[in-house]
Every structure is written in C-alpha cells, then in structure tokens.
Design a protein around this ligand. Structure first.
Ligand code: PDD
Length: 279
C-alpha cells in the first residue's frame, strides 16, 4: 500500500499524470526515513531536512510535522514487515510544461515503504569496494531533490566496475558518495567533510556525530584532501539504508588493513544498540 495525494492505495493502482513536474523537470524533493520495528528513526531530523529542501526549491510544505508523522505511521502500519525504508516525495504538481513555477497548483505527495535493505552480514564483516570520480554535480547538493541524474550516472560508474559506491572529490576535496555520506578515520579520529552546499546533510552522519560524542570518540568536521582519504586508516559510508558501512577497497587498493577497522566496529555496534531504542 502506498499514499498518493491523500489516499492509501495499492502500488499497482497508483497513477500520476505525465505532466507532473516531477516527471517533466525532476522538480521535487524527497526523504528516505529508516524505520526499525515500525518506529521511524530520527523522524524530526528528517522532517527538518524536508523543510530545508522545500525552502531551497521554494515549495511550501503541504503538511505539518504532526500530519507527516500520522501519514508515516499509517503507511508503516500497512506493511507486512517491521523494518522499513519510508520514501516520501513532494513535487511541484501537474501543470502545462513551462519552466517557471505554475500558479495555484497543488503539490503531488507520494509515500511508499519498502523493507529496509540494510547491508548484509558479509558486507558488514568484510566491507565493500568503492571507486572514485570527480564530483560533477550542481551547487545545491545540500538539497535532497529528486533531480538525481548526476548521482545516478556516478553510481553506475561503480556498478560498471563491480563496486558498491562511487566516492566523489570536488577540487581535490572529499565530498560524499553518490547516495551516502563519506567519512574517514585517522589516528583514532573520525573526520567528516563540513556540511555545506557540497554534501547532503545526512541524518545518519548526524547520528554518527551524536554517537561519537556519547562514546567520547573525537569527531572533526573539515575539508579532507583526496590524499588523506587514500591514506586513511578507515573509510566509511553512512546513509539511512546503510547505517555505517566500511569501505575496504578504494580504486582497487586496500583501505588501511583492508578489513573493517576498530572504530567502524565500535560505531556499527552503537547503531545496532540504537536500533533497539529508535524513536
Ligand atoms: N540517500 N548523500 C547523498 C547524496 C544521499 O543520497 C544520501 C542518502 C546521503 C545520506 O543521507 P541520510 O543519512 O540522511 O540517509 C548522503 C538515500 C538513502 C537515497 O537516496 O536512497
């Protein structure tokens, strides 16, 4: 069961008009919210980021946070599985094709929830391979928009080479992955790129920051030159559907010891613990 413009209906029955601006222009924003045991994880942070993305594309939020909470709870209750990934999308609605904003048009609101595709035990134990590429996306990577062609093309580079993710550099500095934040560990310190227009302010990145503080693990936010990534003891990806995942091969070369490092294992355990008390 999905939610579309005020109604719950089976996915196969859901239809949107071809002139939806999401389809024509990629004119919309989205969120992916992990749900553990039917309880959304860090929901208020996801809704705050949704407000930020909507403001960034100048689209009014069609619902209050309270109403979003109700819709998300309802969509979760309709699924047969407990751990879920809620996908929420808002587009600028249906209108005659014209680049400028249409007047008086209702946004399209769509939600679905799928089983949460967390990394496999094998991926957690051994890490994954990643490749690198120049970050050629636009200058609003902090907005979670549905215009994802840049990310799509970059992810496919990894798939073409049998890797899990493409890690991106802009002007010699680490930005993020095609669909995840990227962090490194050096000398026992977790180091992450600053949150600015170059990266999505990941909710999982925020959770890593909070868990690190609670566990008294040093956490630094700063520019990270490419050479530092290649020499790092550990490289991690973070996202709502990956939690934290170790990158153990980068462009074919081992990262650190070539196995998930001790700080990764500690952080992964903190996520596992948090799953039990999500709310
Ligand atoms: N992607 N950076 C990019 C480009 C992303 O697409 C994502 C998440 C993240 C991590 O953000 P968060 O921790 O809030 O999930 C960073 C989602 C999962 C997706 O597009 O499916």
């Amino acid at each position: 069961m999905i939610y579309l413009n005020g109604e719950f209906l089976p996915l196969e029955e859901a239809r949107i008009p071809v002139l939806d601006r999401g389809f024509i222009f990629g004119d919309g924003v989205y969120e992916v919210i992990p749900v553990y045991g039917r309880r959304p994880f860090r929901l208020s942070a996801h809704l705050a980021r949704l407000d930020y993305s909507l403001a960034g594309i100048r689209l009014a939020n069609p619902c209050t946070h309270e109403r979003w909470g109700e819709i998300i709870a309802a969509i979760c209750a309709k699924q047969a599985f407990d751990d879920q990934a809620v996908y929420l999308q808002i587009t600028r609605g249906v209108a005659k094709r014209d680049h400028s904003f249409p007047a008086g048009v209702a946004p399209t609101v769509f939600l679905m929830s799928n089983p949460l595709p967390l990394p496999s035990a094998e991926q957690i134990a051994h890490g994954v391979a990643a490749i690198t590429a120049p970050d050629d996306r636009w200058r609003h990577c902090d907005l979670k928009t549905t215009s994802l062609l840049g990310n799509v093309l970059l992810r496919q580079l990894a798939v073409d080479q049998g890797a899990a993710e493409t890690i991106l550099f802009r002007e010699g500095l680490l930005t993020e992955g095609s669909a995840a934040n990227a962090l490194i560990v050096q000398d026992g310190r977790i180091i992450a790129p600053k949150k600015d227009w170059r990266i999505l302010p990941g909710i999982t990145y925020g959770a890593v920051y909070d868990f690190a503080n609670e566990a008294r693990l040093p956490f630094e936010m700063r520019d990270i030159p490419e050479a530092e990534v290649r020499a790092a003891a550990e490289v991690w990806l973070s996202s709502s559907t990956k939690e934290v995942l170790a990158v153990t091969r980068l462009d074919g070369a081992p990262v650190g010891s070539g196995t998930p490092g001790p700080i990764f294992r500690q952080m992964h355990a903190l996520f596992k613990q948090a799953r039990g008390v999500a709310g």
